[in-house]
Design a protein around this ligand. Structure first.
Ligand code: G4P
Length: 531
């Protein structure tokens, strides 16, 4: 135990994931409100205000009024120091969204009660499963007509393959929403539409054992249905098992309404009790405990040109062990240098604060003179270990890229390689061709615009992008055992290699992946690449 074990153990670092419009922003605002980080919900991250207030982000963000970058928010609540990692949604979904999940110790999944599991939740969820981090579900918008509660839970179990355990149970929805039943306390918390932006109102709590009071409060119909559902639930639902939650096999589910601020504080409290302190991380010398004395961190995201006037690059890192202080020297393992990190800062939605200290679990951004790469390790000068790398995630959109003015070959190659190194895009080549024929793959289509914009503005190179029909990409995991030449696939399959020469396959149809596996016994394909 060292002096700062206590500081580290009160950290909770989680990502918040959802399909666009499920209510992630609204829920985050309410969390911040409880933490006292803001006085009035909406003033920090309201779409219209904050996103535009981030005035020196890339031009493209300003033009479109969207946020291409994910941000980090820190606040205090009930003795905890909480770091929320926001994952960008909509068309600005990119590989960064996935990488952000690599820096979190757990995830909060927000689901719209009228829609159930949606496409983007599914994608992000896969990364959580790969990392086996705990997932906490908030089923939002109960003040609107919702799908049947059992159906919603079934949807999560079937679509995502994770068992669910309701912490509370909704009574009706929409105009008929009466509140929730708290399974632990065995009482009903009645719905009060507290005014937007104020703290949770003092809701009435009625023990279900006092049936008369219950019936008087929610009506006979709702009471009968609830009592029946409680029986069903107690008989059939998965038992609560903290170990299964921490292993990512069981998700606790809460119901509520972020907009009207109902059920948010209950969820936050449950979540904080159940989630973990910063987790140990895998390095080449074994697991590194967060409370060990020496500082260590890894870079999970690099953002270039956050301020065009200064052409700056910021490397975001997750502190994995010990304490960081701005004066200390650290070793950049991959670069083989000992240095001081320059301008360490905490980056909020619309603000940056210079930091003097931070602890395991925290996220910091440091000025990057172009030396860091995604996945790099920083540690105390006496050590030399490396954290396990961040996988490359499968792009879902592909285009062939051609330069318009072939005289600018050098700038083109330099620019496209640089942008690929930052991880904004992935580049592939066909076998037997040079860099004149490049295929670009991205996770979110907006990255195509980012590429075009940046090549024009930063490298003075104009390009043309011709979109390709591929939607599925697989790395060949056992590449040393497979003869790529002899591989037989489907007619829509294309063989390419990545920048490091790893072979991979592109497919137009999802079923072709299975077909190719059938036709080539022993072939192992993967959606994440760690090579
Ligand atoms: P996101 O970050 O997941 O994309 O969603 P966001 O919080 O921005 O919410 C999307 C829309 O859903 C917003 O409405 C928001 O007010 C609404 N919403 C969020 N939570 C609830 C809820 O519990 N109940 C109801 N009824 N609505 C909710 P909007 O009209 O698109 O934006 P705004 O004009 O309200 O900002």
């Amino acid at each position: 135990m060292n002096d700062y074990t206590e500081e580290i153990n009160r950290r909770r670092t989680f990502a918040i994931i959802s399909h666009p419009d499920a209510g992630k922003t609204t829920l985050t605002e309410k969390f911040l409100l409880y933490g006292g980080a803001i006085n009035l919900a909406g003033s920090v991250k309201g779409k219209a205000t904050a996103r535009h207030a981030v005035s020196d982000w890339m031009e493209i963000e300003k033009e479109r009024g969207i946020s291409v970058t994910s941000s980090v928010l820190q606040f205090e609540y009930g003795g905890y120091c909480i770091n929320i990692l926001d994952t960008p949604g909509h068309q600005d979904f990119s590989e960064d969204t996935y990488r952000t999940l690599m820096a979190a110790d757990s995830a909060v999944m927000v689901i719209d009660a009228s829609k159930g599991v949606e496409a983007q939740t599914r994608k992000l969820f896969k990364v959580c499963v790969m990392r086996k981090i705990p997932i906490f579900t908030f089923i939002n918008k109960m003040d609107r007509d919702a799908r049947d509660t059992f159906d919603l839970l079934d949807d999560i179990e079937k679509e995502l393959g994770i068992a669910t355990c309701p912490v509370n149970w909704p009574i009706g929805s929409g105009k008929e929403f009466k509140g929730v039943y708290d399974r632990e306390k065995k009482c009903v918390i009645s719905y009060a539409d507290t005014e937007k932006g104020t703290k949770e109102g003092t809701a009435t709590e009625i023990p279900v054992a006092q049936e008369d009071m219950l019936r008087a409060q929610i009506g006979d119909g709702a009471a009968d249905k609830l009592l029946e559902e409680i029986d069903l639930l107690d008989g059939a639902g998965a038992d609560f098992d903290l170990e299964a939650v921490r292993a990512g096999d069981l998700t606790p589910v809460c119901f509520g309404s972020a907009l009207t601020n109902f059920g948010v504080e209950i969820f936050l409290k449950h979540f904080l009790q159940m989630t973990t302190t910063p987790l140990a991380r895998k390095a080449d010398i074994g697991l590194i405990e967060p409370t060990q004395d020496a500082f260590s961190a890894f870079v999970f995201k690099i953002q270039a040109n956050m301020n065009k006037a200064h052409r700056d690059r910021v490397a975001f890192m997750r502190i994995c062990s010990g304490r960081f202080d701005a004066q200390m020297e650290v070793r950049h393992v991959q670069g083989g240098k000992v240095m001081r990190l320059s301008q360490p800062q905490q980056i909020m939605a619309d603000d940056r604060k210079i930091l003097s200290e931070a602890y395991a679990g925290d996220i910091i951004g440091v000025f990057d003179p172009g030396i860091f790469s995604i996945g790099d390790t920083l540690c105390s000068p006496k050590e030399k270990f490396q954290y396990e790398g961040i996988p490359t995630f499968a792009p879902e959109h592909f285009a062939r890229v051609r330069q318009i003015d072939t005289m600018k070959r050098k700038q083109f190659v330099k620019g496209i390689q640089q942008i690929a190194q930052e991880g904004a895009i992935q580049i592939f080549q066909e076998f037997n061709t040079g860099l004149e024929e490049i295929i670009v793959g991205v996770v979110g289509v907006l990255q195509f615009d980012v590429l075009k914009y940046r090549l024009e503005n930063e490298y003075n190179v104009e390009i043309r992008l011709d979109s390709l029909p591929y939607e599925h990409i697989r790395w060949i995991e056992n590449k040393d055992e497979v003869d790529i030449e002899k591989l037989t696939g489907t007619s829509d399959m294309k063989k390419v290699k990545d920048m490091k020469g790893n072979p991979l396959l592109l497919f137009v149809n999802a079923w072709s992946v299975g077909m190719t596996l059938d036709r080539n016994k022993g072939l192992v394909l993967t959606e994440f690449n760690r090579n």
